[in-house]
Design a protein around this ligand. Structure first.
Ligand SMILES: [Zn+2]
Length: 252
């Protein structure tokens, strides 16, 4: 076994692994539109594959739980196929995962999130559950961990959904979900109120994706590539595995 992936293990294998495991990795995604060229499970596929690669890199100290394949996506509901959890539903799922694994002796958790719409809910959950269950919880929007590669190679003014970055990551992690013949730049509503304030760090508004983009994507997937995805994922893996090595050693 080169990585501990919980749903693929028997209970005696899990029991043995727990002698070495220090951190449970919980991949979290979404079921929502990703423009005309990426399948709707994009965030779930990416977070699951990324978590599995992390588990290989940090073997035998981490174990990956089953993926939470739904997320908080009410802002994508104008596009067919999107299924959204209420924030309190996601919080309940995360609580049940943490409380179950705590009973098996795991006291450190890393939530690996593939969907920006989940971030606020995950942050609130981590704060509540840390104190309620006397555990340590960290979370990462792992797409942001490719710090240098994004700075050097992604130059569009507006990107962030089924864009060059996410298309590249999908090409590398899960090529089967990318329709390469359908890749197009986002058909964005540049004059909309939501777009005007999208990049202002001092204002946060609640809006629907349809207000910003008719095609569902923000950015230009045509500028993406497998090679860019590989570079981003490798940088993110290095940064987050370095964090895990430190996180393993913390004492409460
Ligand atoms: Zn996404």
């Amino acid at each position: 076994m080169k990585a501990y992936i919980l749903p693929k293990m028997t209970w005696p294998e899990v029991e043995k692994s727990l002698k070495d495991v220090k951190v449970a990795i919980v991949p979290i995604g979404a079921q929502e539109q990703h423009g005309p060229h990426i399948a709707e499970g994009c965030d779930s596929y990416r977070s699951e594959k990324f978590s599995e690669l992390l588990a290989e890199k940090c073997f035998p100290h981490v174990i990956v739980t089953p993926t939470v394949t739904y997320g908080v996506s009410p802002h994508h509901m104008d596009f067919p196929g999107t299924i959204s959890l209420r924030p309190e539903t996601l919080m309940a799922i995360l609580e049940d995962i943490v409380s179950s694994l705590k009973q098996h002796g795991i006291e450190k958790f890393l939530f690996i999130n593939g969907h920006g719409g989940n971030s606020a809910t995950i942050s609130v959950s981590a704060n509540i559950l840390t104190r309620k269950y006397d555990v340590e919880i960290a979370s990462s929007d792992f797409i942001n961990a490719a710090v240098n590669t994004t700075k050097e190679e992604v130059h569009s003014e507006h990107f962030g959904h089924a864009c060059e970055r996410e298309t590249s990551e999908s090409m590398y992690l899960a090529p089967e979900i990318v329709r390469t013949d359908k890749i197009q730049a986002g058909d964005m509503n540049m004059d909309s109120f939501a777009m005007k304030y999208r990049k202002k760090p001092y204002i946060s508004i609640v809006n629907q994706f349809k207000e910003i983009t008719n095609s569902g994507n923000i950015g230009d997937g045509k500028k993406g590539s497998y090679e860019l995805g590989e570079k981003m994922i490798n940088e993110a893996l290095d940064n987050i595995s370095e964090f895990i090595l430190d996180f393993m050693k913390t004492k409460r």
